[in-house]
Design a protein around this ligand. Structure first.
Ligand code: ADP
Ligand code: ZN
Ligand code: ZN
Length: 676
């Protein structure tokens, strides 16, 4: 039989590199979607075949041959290839940069003579399905709203995106489980993907899914996995053994045999957006992927992102509501706004708040004190001169960590011991200014002698499993007062918390960032949701100077819709996201002037493209101008039309690559940035 496919286009993971042509040796069997070993200049590289053809634009004798095919599994599908290609195009990267990193490194390794054994070893890491497993704990009968939500999703044909808007504890997870159950039951090969935020809760949720589906292989994928574990889960989904994959944002790039349902839990969560490399949004890609697969995608949240809420309002997404907590008598908490301490007060907890905590403890329940700032105090300062503790590498204060006796930069990790005297004037009375969780812990220990205070934040929970152990202590009732940051806000189903006290949310209220308020609202709704989970009504106390602010009035009424509508009105009037689409060019160099000079040239290049419907802002220094000794500037571009913006970006990016610039300068364009 004559062979027609003598040439292959092969992707390699390198910035800006287009697919390269290689010759397929006579005797070699290669398919699109195979991993192959090739040479690139002097080095060997693993590449991914994306096209086979009978002709090449490059002269045949100049082409190198594919060395061998990596027998890692069956080839990846065309569906997966289009996903990675779309992601690369949309986020302005080379295709190889999205595709290759999406395959676990253990599968991309240069093949050894014992390749098959090695892959078998990886497969064995994944627990096999047990068709004879004992029947699971029965699912609770869904309530009317849950039924209606599930029925709507299951009743729609083909692609449809849904926003499942349900207060914390309203039973969203039960809806996901029902959707998975039905999807798997309808089609013996169907698979489901459940995306979850990057927090310590994945193991708990995976456990819940496995308990519900004991006969299915449930794979998990998250960034804390070893490469072998990742590879095992990836293969299992790719080959179709795992019918359910639960994973963090990277799981959107998993390969499936027959994916028929995508669920995105806590869709507003920031961890769905990648912070470096290919800066993708897993949530947005989930919607795109479902549309290509012609299957449903459900985005769930108690506080949806305003992007998603706007889409649900305009009919782009179907809106499903769960308006009550699922467990009877678990009412929503009562929220109360109270003034912070007077200026000059010795502590952060007012007498009013102290009494509230006391009353809560007396009733035999636990209290949670929330402050979104770790460390003892955000800065040390000298009252005798102007000295403040700053990072040597960043334009930022260093945070005082009392127990560690260190000043630490929270942006870059730079640390030094606390000086004995002011480095500026020698004064020995340098003082902590402001308050972090460590200082609150100390204050609580003084206010409530004999009570068990536990702090949970990234400092106390840095060791693996330390957070889990701390949470177990809370669950077992071995803690009276819990103090913590964001970490305690998310997802944990605490049963005994009677009071939540929120300290100093005002700093974020005053922030100029567009999304700061949206985030604060979501965080506080979530924190408030920790109170009164089972049986008794919880109380939430917020110490703020702005009780009239809509953010707090909406919060007091636990009214997301009010907050969302108000905020969207403002955003529409001022032409902000989601009513415009944005991209952010950032440049960094040893000196700010170098970065800004490049951005000036970039702005000129943008103007020269002459697109009326794209707005180009002035280059400005970034809010945190110096990070790790690099000085940074940014340039924002936006358009009301996503397609116009994209077409502009493609041309602009090409021109930027041609722009000359000083050595040591680097730049990147982020599409749909969260920080502008
Ligand atoms: P969410 O994901 O919205 O926070 P969950 O699905 O975790 O909510 O449900 C919260 C609690 O209510 C869980 O303990 C769950 O088992 C329970 N629950 C959910 N739906 C029902 C139901 N229909 N009947 C009884 N209990 C339910
Ligand atoms: Zn001094
Ligand atoms: Zn720093």
């Amino acid at each position: 039989m004559a062979r027609t496919d003598q040439f292959a286009k092969v992707l390699i993971d390198a910035p800006g590199l287009a697919p390269l042509d290689y010759r397929v040796p006579e005797e070699m069997l290669v398919a699109v979607g195979d991993l192959v070993l090739v040479t690139l200049g002097a080095r060997r590289a693993v590449g991914l075949v994306v096209l086979l053809s009978s002709a090449s634009d490059i002269e045949e004798k100049r082409l190198k041959r594919i060395q061998s095919v990596l027998k890692f599994s069956t080839p990846v599908s065309s569906e997966w290839l289009s996903l990675t290609r779309f992601a690369a195009t949309y986020y302005l990267r080379a295709w190889g940069e999205s595709a290759l990193p999406a395959i676990p490194a253990a599968l991309r390794r240069t093949p050894t003579p014992r390749q098959e054994k090695r892959i078998e070893g990886i497969r064995a890491v994944m627990p096999a399905a047990d068709p004879d497993a004992a029947p699971a704990a029965p699912a609770p009968a869904l309530n009317a709203e849950q039924e209606a939500a599930a029925a709507a999703v299951l009743g729609a044909e083909g692609f449809r995106a849904w926003l499942l808007f349900g207060v914390t504890g309203s039973g969203k997870t039960e809806v996901y489980l029902r959707l998975i159950e039905e999807t798997l039951a309808r089609d013996p090969e169907a698979q489901a993907l459940l995306l979850v935020p990057e927090i310590n809760l994945t193991p708990q949720l995976v456990g819940r899914v496995r308990a519900r589906f004991p006969r299915e292989a449930v794979a998990a994928l998250n960034s804390e996995f070893t490469d072998r574990e990742r590879a095992a889960s990836w293969l299992s989904a790719h080959e179709g053994q795992a019918r359910i994959l639960v994973g963090t944002r990277m799981a959107i790039f998993a390969s499936f045999r027959r994916l028929r349902l995508i669920l995105v839990d806590e869709e507003h969560d920031l961890s769905y957006k990648a912070g470096d490399g290919l800066r993708y949004s897993a949530r947005d890609l989930a919607v795109w992927r479902a549309s290509k697969l012609a299957c449903p995608v459900v985005l769930g949240s108690a506080t949806p992102s305003l992007e998603s809420w706007a889409k649900a309002k305009s009919g782009g997404y179907g809106l499903l509501r769960l308006s009550r907590r699922a467990v009877e008598k678990a009412e929503l908490p009562e929220v109360e706004l109270t003034p912070p301490p007077e200026k000059g007060a010795s502590g952060q907890i007012t007498e009013y708040s102290r009494r509230a905590i006391e009353a809560c403890l007396e009733s035999g329940r636990q209290a949670l004190v929330f402050l979104n700032r770790r460390g003892y105090s955000p800065v040390l300062s000298c009252p005798a001169c102007d000295w403040v503790s700053t990072c040597a590498r960043c334009s930022a204060f260093t945070v005082y960590h009392k127990r560690e006796k260190a000043l630490i930069c929270h942006h870059c990790g730079w640390r030094r011991p606390v000086p004995e005297a002011c480095p500026g004037c020698g004064n020995v009375d340098i003082l902590p200014r402001g308050t972090g969780t460590e200082r609150i812990e100390e204050e609580l220990e003084v206010l409530f002698p004999g009570k068990r205070v536990l702090r949970i934040d990234r400092d106390t929970a840095s060791a693996k499993n330390a957070a889990e152990e701390a949470f177990r202590k809370v669950h077992r009732g071995e803690v009276d007062i819990l103090v913590g940051t964001q970490m305690v806000a998310k997802g944990h189903d605490f049963q005994k918390i009677g009071l939540v006290l929120v300290l100093n949310p005002d700093a974020q209220i005053l922030s100029p960032s567009t999304r700061a308020r949206e985030r604060l609202f979501a965080t506080l709704m979530q924190v408030a949701g920790r109170a009164g989970r089972a049986g008794t009504r919880g109380r939430v106390l917020i110490q703020t100077r702005f009780p009239e602010d809509t953010l707090f009035t909406a919060l007091a009424e636990q009214d997301y819709v009010k907050f969302a509508e108000d905020t969207l009105d403002e955003r529409r009037e001022s032409g902000c996201v989601p009513y415009v689409h944005q991209a952010l060019l950032t440049a960094e160099a040893d000196m700010l002037s170098t970065a800004l000079a490049f951005l000036e040239d970039a702005a000129k290049s943008a103007m020269a493209l002459g697109r009326d419907d794209v707005l180009v802002y002035d280059p400005v220094p970034m809010p945190l101008v110096r990070l790790m000794n690099r000085e940074r500037g940014q340039l924002l571009v936006e358009s009301v039309n996503r397609m116009s913006l994209h077409r502009f970006l493609v041309d602009w990016e090409r021109n930027l690559r041609g722009l000359g610039h000083a050595g040591g300068l680097s730049w990147v364009i982020e599409v749909d940035p969260l920080e502008t």
